[in-house]
Design a protein around this ligand. Sequence first.
Ligand code: NAP
Length: 275
Amino acid sequence: MTAQHAVFGHPITHSRSPFIHAAFAQAEGIALQYRAIDADLETFPAALQAFFADGGRAANVTLPLKEAAFALCASHGHAAQRAGAVNTLIWREQHWHGENTDGSGLVRDLTSRHGLDLRGCRVLLLGAGGAARGVAPALLDAGIDELVVANRTASRADALVDAMGEPGRVISAYWEALDEQGDFEIILNATSAAHGATPPPKLPSSLVNSRTSAVDLNYGAAAVPFLAWANAAGCRKQIDGLGMLVEQAAEAFHLWHGRHPDTEPVYAQLRAQLL
Ligand code: NAP
C-alpha cells in the first residue's frame, strides 16, 4: 500500500520536502506519496484532519506551524518537548505524536558535512521562532559553551531562554545591543526576515572573530543577505540551510520507516539545482 505523507506550511509551493522524500523512498524501495499542503495557523487543524481522513498518518510541518503542531499533539518526543515545537508528526496509538528533527538535522550537517566541532563554542542565535526553538536544545546537547539568543521581539527570546532552563549558559540579548556581546565562534540566522519585506536590524561586525562560522537556516535567495553580511564581516565559513534541510528530512524518514537514508545524493542534486 502507498503511504500518504505531506508537509504543511504557508507558503509551501517552493518546499523541497516532496522531492527529498520521494528520492529517499525510491532509494530505499518504499512506496509513498508525499505532497505539499498549504495551511496557515487558522486552516491547519482542519487541513490535518482532512489529510488524516485521506489516510495520512505521517507528516512534516514547517513555518509558521511548528508551535501550533506542538499544541495539537497529545505526546511528544524528547527533542520536541524541549523545543516546544514540532516538525514531524506520527499517528500513534490513536493520537498525533510530535517529534522535532530540526536540531539533530542541523548538528549532523554542521559536524558531519562541514566538519565543525561545536564543543566549547560561543553561539549567537538570531531568531526565536519554531526553528530556533528546535535547534537550541540540540546545540546545547552537542556541547556548546554558551548560547546567546537575540530576537526582533525580545520577549520571545526571553521565553526561549526560559524554556531551555539553563540560566547562565543560555541568555538573551537585545538585538540593538549586540555590539556589547563580544564575539562568537558560530552565528546562526534562524529568522525568516529574508522572506519578508522588512529587513532585520543591522548586525555589528564586532560579533565576528578569526574562527567564526556563519550559518543560515535559509537557503537559496533567502540565504543571500545574511551570508553576504557574513562574508563582508570576515566570517571564516558561510553555511546555508540546505544540508540541514536534507538531514532533518532524513531523521524524519528514519522515524517513519526505521531506516536512515543516504543523504549525499539528494544533497548533491539540490545543490546543483540551486547553482
Ligand atoms: P517562525 O516560527 O515564523 O519564526 C520566524 C522568526 O524570524 C522569528 O524569530 C521572527 O521574529 C523572525 N523574523 C521575521 N521577520 C523578521 C525581520 N524582518 N527581522 C528580524 N527578525 C525577523 O519561522 P521558523 O519556523 O522559525 O523558520 C525561520 C527560518 O528558518 C525560515 O526562513 C525557514 O525557512 C528556515 N528554516 C530552515 C530549515 C532547514 O531545514 N534549512 C528548517 C526550519 C526553518 P519575531 O519573533 O520578532 O516575529
